[in-house]
Design a protein around this ligand. Structure first.
Ligand code: ATP
Ligand code: MG
Ligand code: MG
Length: 533
């Protein structure tokens, strides 16, 4: 499968943006560089690009970098890379921080109009007052005093740090988003990854978003509908600042069962060492799922198929992995691995002497080329298969021929230690019940030890409720390792190559370690929920 810049699928949703004019639509995807892109962001990014292209308009990627305490250049660079991998191409890349001067002018204007005031109410109290619909003691602070406090905030002084600016919208509007939201904060100690120490005050998302959307010419701001309560607030800023209107079009969040889609929560897993990093194969990040063998094609198809639904959907992983399997199955080469630590040595009487042969890597797709299979009178099979053989049973050795099982050595624990077989290579494979995989060792093409990895979900509950603490639902063990041996052909594989191990499943070769066995990560195929060990 091609992992690179897969073309955007052109699927039509029969969904239209309100008052959209062909050639004039401008959308934007506004990631905050506070973590790596996850599946939820993928939906937003793909939808924004879809509508921009559909209406022959423009797509802006805007880094929403207004909170230096959470943001890093590392995240920004990773987001740029991941978007490129997803085939998302912006017509313009911008930063909210490019507008810090303008936003500063805008907020001064609001203050002078009497539409904002400075407040030093402690956070807890402010939250309680907003809940109860009570005014802050500072609500009537004059324009002059507010400007003086804001100037103090801008110096980052001891006193300035105690204050913030709030929009004078409403004390007790039934919509709590309208209750005098905070629009500027003092953050004096943190270095912004782009503007350094130039600013000691930063606009909040609530304030920056409508202003920058309007100034950048965004015609349609797509956002998830949990922000719907904030739409009147957005409109309030536009009106007070006499800015060009922006149409808000909201869509349902995309969630996945047993999965956390929140940078804050994912950061916790990274910081606690519960995962190996942002690209952990258990992570729902673009990097994590790619490392686990998800193709970009499957991701795009999935999101465009689920479409711009208004419902908050709690997707099952099976659907997207099934889609992925359909894409990889026809194109990935097939190899053989034996997973039992106690593989069974079999001697086949009447087999030709050791030899090698070129055979197709995929019988239904000869374009993938050939591999070299070693044939030998001594072969190995899985313990589980060996146990199932009856004496004198005729069994097919895959891609070779039939044999008769003549005798089995079994130890006290009931394990098969060796088997004597007899060749019947002209036998009809359609007549046998069992077609098993096998491996032959040879000094020129020795079997290669490998590690097969499989994973479970990181959390134990399909859907966490509002008041569930996610920390209470962490799966105790979510990584499973099995030692195996594989045929020598796998030595040609490179990091990220996807394959199938016959009768076992799809795998992707992880980064090749400098020492120790190669690791293959199981690619879920949608057949089983979660991992099995
Ligand atoms: P997080 O809580 O993970 O930080 P966020 O929404 O705060 O998510 P942003 O970087 O601010 O992260 O989001 C960029 C865009 O991605 C926004 O338009 C946001 O609405 C969208 N988005 C985030 N999560 C999802 C999701 N689960 N489904 C659909 N869109 C999402
Ligand atoms: Mg955000
Ligand atoms: Mg968030």
């Amino acid at each position: 499968a091609t992992a690179g810049n897969a073309p955007m699928q052109s699927k039509s949703f029969d969904v239209f943006l309100p008052s959209a004019k062909d050639g004039e639509v401008v959308t934007r995807f506004p990631p905050e560089p506070s973590g790596y892109l996850h599946l939820g962001h993928t939906k937003a990014a793909i939808l924004n690009q879809y509508f921009a292209r559909q209406y022959h308009g423009r797509l802006i990627i805007r880094f929403d970098d207004t909170n230096p305490s959470k943001e890093k250049a590392e995240y920004q660079d990773a987001i740029i890379e991941d978007l490129a991998l997803l085939g998302i191409k912006a017509d313009q890349q911008t930063f909210t921080s490019d507008y810090f001067d303008v936003l500063y002018q805008m907020v001064i204007k609001l203050v002078k109009q009497g539409d904002a005031y400075a407040d030093d109410t402690p956070q807890e109290d402010m939250r309680a007052q907003r809940m109860d619909g009570l005014p802050s003691a500072r609500r009537d602070l004059s324009v002059e005093d507010t400007l003086a406090r804001f100037a103090e905030m801008c110096t980052g002084s001891e006193e300035g740090r105690k204050w913030c600016l709030r929009a004078r919208m409403s004390v007790d509007d039934p919509n709590k988003a309208m209750r005098d939201p905070v629009i500027y904060r003092c953050n004096a100690d943190t270095v912004h990854h782009r503007t350094g120490t130039q600013w000691k005050v930063y606009p909040t998302y609530d304030f920056a978003c409508p202003v920058v959307d309007s100034l950048e010419g965004v015609t349609h701001a797509l956002r998830t509908n949990e922000y719907r309560d904030r739409n009147p607030q957005f409109a309030w800023f536009i009106e007070k600042l006499k800015l060009r209107n922006v149409e808000i079009w909201d869509f349902g969040r995309m969630n996945f069962q047993y999965t956390l889609l929140s940078k804050r929560k994912l950061t916790w897993f990274v910081d606690q060492g519960k995962v190996t990093g942002w690209d952990d194969p258990r992570f729902p990040t673009v990097r994590g799922i790619r490392r686990r063998g998800m193709t970009i094609e499957a991701l795009q198809q999935f999101i465009l198929a689920t479409g711009p639904s208004q419902q908050i959907i709690n997707m099952e992983w099976d659907q997207i992995w099934t889609l992925n399997k359909r894409i990889i199955d026809p194109v990935v080469p097939r190899f053989t691995a034996i997973v039992s630590a106690d593989k069974v040595k079999c001697t086949i009487a009447g087999a030709p002497p050791a030899h090698e042969k070129a055979v197709p890597k995929h019988k239904k797709n000869l374009d993938i080329g050939n591999k070299t299979t070693v044939y030998d009178p001594v072969i190995y099979v899985e313990q589980e298969d060996a146990q199932s053989f009856a004496i004198d049973e005729e069994v097919t050795m895959m891609d070779w021929g039939n044999i008769y099982v003549r005798s089995k050595e079994v130890d006290q624990a009931g394990k098969v230690t060796s088997i004597e077989m007899e060749a019947n290579f002209d036998g009809d494979f359609k007549k046998t019940k069992k077609k098993v995989h096998w491996l032959a060792d040879s000094s020129s093409r020795p079997l290669i030890p490998v590690e097969l990895l499989d994973f479970d979900y990181l959390i134990t509950k399909p859907k966490l409720e509002e008041d569930d603490k996610f920390e209470d639902y962490v799966t105790p063990v979510s990584e499973f390792k099995v030692d195996a041996v594989a045929d020598a052909n796998i030595s040609e594989l490179k990091e990220g190559d996807k394959i199938q191990f016959e009768r076992n499943g799809y795998y992707i070769l992880d980064k090749i370690p400098s020492s120790g066995p190669r690791k293959f990560i199981k690619i879920p195929d949608g057949k089983v929920e979660g991992a099995k060990s």
